[in-house]
Design a protein around this ligand. Structure first.
Ligand SMILES: Cc1ncc(COP(=O)(O)O)c(C=O)c1O
Length: 217
């Protein structure tokens, strides 16, 4: 995603002259690398935001590690981002300042996932939902004629068990959700009538939520 735009820079940083700003978004976990009071914590995986240079798996890159080089446990709601290191290419892009790295927390990613599902009928994976949160924040600062691209890797249906857990829905293994539980997982509202539905329907319910909401408006 980034590689096609790496050379699209202009000293004026002017979009009209072809400057493309690039932003990467990391997993801020429960509250970001810092608690609201500024205290540092380990409940995140924001390697580029808070890591230090070290070597893991033969690569020199930014790592979440202790001062004596022990790799730290990380945390993220998304399995794909729950990792203490980062590819060396990102490390280089950060060090030369071509890409700005930000983070989004677990709950910001969850909300962005829900919003995108409803507004667009697209169920994004939790990993790019972190980026979606920042996209919505950044878009507020942009002009209407500016363009923003976001890479939606993967699919959110793989994350539905996890999302249900975070939203407080109890799931058995086979027939998993009632319709009421599915609606509760989305926004706490009650379904009309209830029948047993499988987990697959939770995914469908997220995607269809947007269509339903639009029709009712
Ligand atoms: C949907 C999704 N996005 C992103 C990632 C992370 O990919 P990468 O290691 O290339 O950054 C994963 C990893 O499992 C993933 O499942």
């Amino acid at each position: 995603m980034f590689s096609a735009f790496l050379n699209d820079t202009h000293p004026s940083l002017d979009a009209a002259k072809g400057h493309v700003k690039i932003v990467g978004v990391e997993a801020g976990g429960e509250h970001g690398p810092w608690l609201p009071d500024g205290t540092e914590t380990d409940k995140h995986a924001a390697t580029l935001t808070n890591g230090v240079v070290g070597v893991l798996h033969g690569s020199r890159t930014y790592l979440l590690q202790t001062p004596d080089g022990q790799i730290k446990e990380t945390h993220s709601i998304s399995a794909g981002l729950d990792y203490p290191g980062v590819g060396p290419q990102h490390a280089q892009l950060k060090s030369i300042g071509r890409v700005e790295y930000k983070y989004a927390t677990d709950s910001q990613a969850l909300e962005a996932q829900r919003f995108c599902s409803r507004a667009e009928g697209i169920l994004p994976a939790l990993e790019p939902s972190h980026a979606l949160h920042q996209v919505m924040e950044i878009a507020k600062t942009m002009r209407k004629d500016q363009i923003v691209l976001v890479n939606l890797c993967g699919r959110g249906d793989k994350d539905m068990l996890h999302v249900a857990k975070y939203r407080g829905v109890t799931i058995d293994t086979d027939v998993i959700l009632t319709k009421d539980e599915g609606y509760k997982a989305m926004d706490g509202s009650k379904a009309k009538g209830s029948s047993g539905v499988s987990l697959v329907y939770l995914a469908a319910a997220f995607a269809c939520g947007a269509l339903v909401a639009m029709k009712l408006r």
